[in-house]
Design a protein around this ligand. Structure first.
Ligand code: G1P
Length: 288
């Protein structure tokens, strides 16, 4: 079985839900406390043993490229002032470990992943949706790679949501379950609540076999008039193993404003350098 060495990060979205903040700044660069969202996803990939990061970007996203590069002026100035560069460590991925490809039109998640087909070649690969902030130790992708090393095939992370919320997500039809692993019998993107096969949603982490690219070559538009990754994956069920991994950890939906605030509060309350202060501030704001 080939190891998962490459990851695709679709980051071309315009982030209209966060306007005006996203007018000139990619939403993936929004900080949760003091690290940008994309950095958490890349750190999760590195922890899972992934070596090459492929960013599917678009116009106005060059801050992401700069973030993972050497910052000559900053580093020279910090060094001259005797400041440690440790804080920048995992932002410098090193030569050849990042690749950028542009999605020229917003045609959907399936199309974004397909834009990376030549960089993926014939290897299995991971996908990270950075809006979905998965927080835990070991991280979500590490838990998935561990399961993958036993089962192979394709994997998605799943979590339960209240049934009335399933219409916003990819939803699985679950088969047999064994520990944190559930067989997937079907997948449907953004179903009506009454048609949804379960309340287990695809939560933004995938391990996929390269054949998905050939399916995407011919994939027609689906929910929302977009080329959906979920639809392409659904076509592979039956031909290749397909499992869901239930992540043991916390998930913050940073694609929504409330989820983003929640992530900031939760991480601040875990930080020894600020937890006490933040707890006091929160209490006072809540009038307690
Ligand atoms: C995408 C996927 C969906 C998944 C969701 C997770 O939807 O298409 O299957 O459940 O991410 O956040 P989007 O949020 O781009 O509409």
């Amino acid at each position: 079985m080939k190891p998962v060495r490459k990851a695709v990060f679709p980051v071309a979205g315009m982030g209209t839900r966060f306007l005006p903040a996203t007018k000139a700044i990619p939403k993936e660069m929004f900080p949760v406390v003091d690290r940008p969202l994309i950095q958490y996803a890349v750190d999760e990939a590195i922890e899972a043993g992934i070596e090459q990061m492929i960013f599917v970007t678009g116009r106005g996203k060059s801050a992401i490229e700069d973030h993972f590069d050497i910052a000559f002026e900053l580093e020279t100035t910090m060094s001259a002032r005797g400041k440690s560069l440790d804080v920048l460590a995992s932002t410098r991925l090193g030569p050849g470990r990042c690749a950028y490809v542009r999605q020229q039109e917003p045609l959907g998640l399936g199309h974004a992943i397909w834009c990376a087909r030549d960089l993926i070649g014939d290897e299995p690969f991971a996908v990270f949706l950075p809006d979905e902030f998965m927080h835990g130790s070991p991280g979500c992708m590490k838990q998935m790679v561990d399961a993958y090393s036993k089962e192979g095939g394709n994997m998605v992370s799943v979590l339960e949501v209240p049934r009335e919320k399933v219409f916003a997500y990819g939803v699985i039809a679950p088969g047999a379950a064994n520990g944190n692993l559930t067989e997937i019998k079907g997948l449907v993107e953004k179903p009506k609540v009454e048609d949804a096969p379960s309340n287990l949603i695809v939560s933004g982490r995938y391990i996929l076999q390269p054949e998905v690219m050939q399916v995407l070559d011919k994939q027609e538009t689906g929910a929302g008039g977009e080329i959906q990754l979920t639809d392409a994956m659904a076509q592979m069920i039956g031909n290749q193993p397909f499992h869901a991994v239930t992540f043991d950890g916390a998930r913050y939906d940073c694609g929504s404003k409330v989820g983003y605030i929640e992530a900031n509060l939760a991480l601040a309350l875990e930080r020894p350098d600020m937890a006490d202060d933040v707890r006091e501030i929160a209490k006072s704001l809540l009038g307690q």
